[in-house]
Design a protein around this ligand. Structure first.
Ligand code: NAD
Ligand code: MG
Length: 393
């Protein structure tokens, strides 16, 4: 069997390193064509030594230079890239079969679209790219014959539960049930949310994840982004996407059919499962994750999300009902607010206030291209920065 060549965008992050863990278990099937990271030079050097990619892209010239020097000192041949279009090049290169999109934030949108335009198999962890790209993203995938496979565990679960024949989904499916852990503050008194520190917010009960998604899990904005992601991935009416809190994270999500039958996908909470599923689909291969041991499983519980504690969750449906592009505004605002919180410039409970006010301030007009979306993203970021400044700590 010819080996599949893979580009991993965001290889030094939580999803990126888990992807390389799965790839390392299947060197007979996969080889790494290119890796990319923002600033983590030493980890990138180790990854280059282990996987010998043709290219490694870094986000800034200083980090690229440092990596190039270290690669040379270690006698490694990987070519270092740094340019705005470097990510697009390694995502769309003719030699590449599949692209793992594991950059965090809207920064990952352009390379995702480049991979889609080149008709690649696109493994999407970078949910913000789809939240921003919306219909344009899905049209690009469709018109270039690319294959879009979800890596977000909830969407991978739904993808695995849905009938393979996409044309029959709407006839058969009643609704999608996204499960949510509820994050570390599910039982905390809402009156004390303002005192939460970045360290507390990033201590997720079940997963070790990047800092941005950890904060999003704590506010449940992660689930809001996932509702939007599901709307596009599965072409589902927003009102048919529901959220249920399931703290144990064993049931990764569910599909309810017309006859009230519900299919769920279960497993230990380990991102290597959806990663292996996406890489091998429609085959299955070993992921490295432990199997569920039903004899030792504690009770599985489900509850409704408390709106007072998680006011941001409902912004997803609100944004989906508003003008096209409103989800991009929400995403940009949330990225700005989360960054301000992580830099200790904004209180935890103000993240929602910034998002709400940015949505009221920035109203998108007609969008027809990636350029329009990126302009809207910039405009929303600027507005959110100004709004966040009024609550500066
Ligand atoms: P992370 O912060 O651990 O890693 C992000 C990666 O992207 C790093 O390699 C970083 O160097 C790179 N990066 C960051 N900003 C960049 C920029 N501006 N340009 C180029 N590269 C940049 O994040 P993560 O937890 O791995 O999450 C990655 C994506 O996957 C996010 O969109 C997240 O929502 C999604 N996701 C993560 C998990 C998880 O368990 N971690 C689960 C589901 C979905
Ligand atoms: Mg998820």
């Amino acid at each position: 069997m010819k080996k599949q060549k893979i580009t991993v965008l965001g290889s030094t992050g939580s999803i990126g390193t888990n992807t390389l863990d799965v790839v390392a278990r299947h060197r007979d099937r996969y080889e790494i064509f290119a890796l990319s990271a923002a600033t983590q030079v030493d980890l990138m050097l180790r990854q280059c030594a282990e996987f010998k990619p043709v290219y490694a892209a870094m986000a800034s010239p200083e980090h690229a230079l440092l990596l190039a020097e270290k690669l040379k000192q270690n006698g490694l041949q990987t070519q270092v890239l740094q340019a705005l279009d470097a990510l697009e090049m390694i995502a769309s290169h003719p030699d590449v079969d599949a692209v793992m999109a594991a950059i965090v934030g809207a920064a990952g949108l352009a390379p995702c679209l480049a991979a889609a335009r080149a008709g690649k198999r696109l493994l999407l962890a970078n949910k913000e790219a789809l939240v921003v790209g919306g219909a344009l993203f899905m049209q690009t995938v469709k018109s270039h014959g690319a294959t879009l496979l979800p890596i977000d565990s909830e969407h991978s679960a739904i993808f695995q539960c849905l009938p393979e024949d996409r044309s029959s989904w709407h006839r058969r499916v009643d609704s999608l049930l996204l499960t949510a852990s509820g994050g570390p503050f599910r039982e905390r008194d809402p009156a004390t949310l303002s005192a939460i520190t970045p360290e507390q917010a990033c201590a997720h009960p079940n997963f070790s994840m990047g800092r941005k998604i950890s904060v999003d899990s704590a506010t449940m904005m992660n689930k809001a982004l996932e509702v939007i992601e599901a709307r596009w991935l599965f072409d589902m009416e927003p009102d048919k996407i529901k959220v249920v809190i399931h703290p144990q994270q064993i049931v990764h999500s569910m599909v309810q059919f017309r006859d009230s039958s519900i299919l769920a996908q279960l497993g230990t909470p380990d991102m290597r499962v959806p990663i292996a599923c996406g890489l091998a689909w429609p085959e299955r291969m070993e992921s490295g994750a432990a199997c569920l041991d039903f004899s030792r499983l504690a009770a599985l519980t489900f509850e409704e999300a408390d709106e007072r504690r998680f006011p941001g969750l409902h912004l997803s449906w609100q944004a989906l009902r508003a003008a096209e592009g409103t989800t991009a505004v929400l995403n940009a605002s949330n990225e700005v607010a989360v960054a301000a919180f992580l830099e200790k410039r904004l209180a935890f409970d103000r993240i929602h206030a910034v998002n709400l006010q940015t949505l009221e301030t920035v109203v998108p007009s007609a969008l027809s291209s990636l350029g329009d979306l990126l302009e809207l993203d910039t405009q929303a970021r600027q507005a959110a920065e100004v709004i966040a400044r009024q609550w500066i700590l």
